[in-house]
Ligand binder design. Structure first.
Ligand SMILES: [Fe+2]
Length: 317
């Protein structure tokens, strides 16, 4: 599909939390009704890109990820897109916590002294020591049961290789996907950050991309309580010409957590697409349709909120 009327349209989803009991067909129908239906729908004739910012299921369970696969297959088919028009990055819920990546030992001073701080966790009288060779396997289910069936190639488990950079020719945009969860596990669930080696390689490769717009995405917000530990790395991306930063993970109802722009740089959060109840708290359900007018170099973000009483998506006013 070519970009129509000089405007690039990006469907921006996050925190999809697919589950085997969730009605994939209903979720898809409501989204398509909103995108393509008459007012209060967006009345679009098409979408150019889909960016999905992680948390595809609740626990990276293969059966739940299969439900998410069906959703994306049907979505791309309905919008006449193929998976080369999609960018998927993992979230903290795409880390398989059931995969044991720590050995545990009775606590001892010698063991503590000889184990680097970021490779250990202490719980009462037990010392957990990270198994470095097994650690990347936490993304095995995401790689095998979601990424490969959809994208058609393997997702690299080696953290320094976890970047996807591609040039979307119809829109003349450069897209970069990174993993902000490579140091997150069941003990350290707030250790968000970007791998410096992956980032350096991605920036090197991006230099050769002659694009009108550069977009970067990962799961976590740049700042705030769940923000990146190495927030300053984002400056490198801005210096390299990246202007749109898309993320997921935020679930509150404060608009500034979802949308912020500083000059020509935009930070856009997708909210929670499917799940209204998280850890006993009711959350707003949101997604974004982002339009970039290439001729005017303008960005417009349509934030869509799910109204449970009308059982449909509406503009977030
Ligand atoms: Fe998350």
């Amino acid at each position: 599909m070519t970009v129509t009327q000089g405007t690039l349209r990006i469907l921006h989803l996050g925190d999809l939390f697919f589950h085997r009991t969730l009605d994939v067909r209903a979720s898809l129908t409501r989204l398509l009704d909103d995108l393509c239906g008459p007012e209060p729908g967006l009345g679009l004739e098409g979408i150019d890109l889909i960016v999905a910012c992680g948390d595809f299921s609740w626990q990276a369970d293969p059966v739940d990820l299969a439900a998410c696969c069906r959703f994306f297959q049907d979505l791309t088919s309905a919008l006449d897109l193929d998976m080369s028009d999609c960018l998927l990055v993992p979230g903290n819920h795409d880390v398989d916590w059931s995969y044991r990546v720590y050995d545990h030992w009775p606590i001892s001073k010698d063991l503590i002294d000889e184990t680097p701080t970021d490779l250990r966790y202490i719980d009462g009288k037990t010392l957990f020591i990270l198994k470095q060779e097994d650690y990347p396997r936490r993304f095995g289910n995401f790689a095998e049961h979601l990424y490969k069936p959809l994208i058609g190639r393997s997702y690299p488990l080696e953290p320094s290789k976890q970047y996807q950079l591609f040039h979307h020719k119809p829109g003349n945009v450069c897209l970069l996907g990174l993993n902000s969860c490579e140091r997150i596990d069941r003990f350290y669930n707030r250790r968000a950050g970007l791998n410096p080696l992956a980032l350096a390689d991605a920036l090197r490769a991006a230099r050769h991309e002659n694009a009108s717009l550069r977009i970067a995405c990962w799961h976590h917000p740049v700042s705030g309580k769940d923000g990146l530990e190495n927030e300053s790395t984002v400056e490198q991306l801005i210096s390299a010409g990246f202007r749109l930063f898309l993320h997921g993970h935020v679930h509150g109802d404060r608009r500034q957590d979802f949308l912020r722009n500083v000059g020509q740089t935009w930070f856009i959060g997708a909210g929670c697409f499917n799940r209204a109840l998280i850890r006993g708290q009711v959350r707003v359900r949101l997604y974004n349709l982002i339009e970039w007018d290439a001729d005017k170099d303008q960005v417009q973000v349509h934030q869509r909120i799910f109204n449970i009483f009308e059982d449909r998506w509406l503009p977030w006013k």
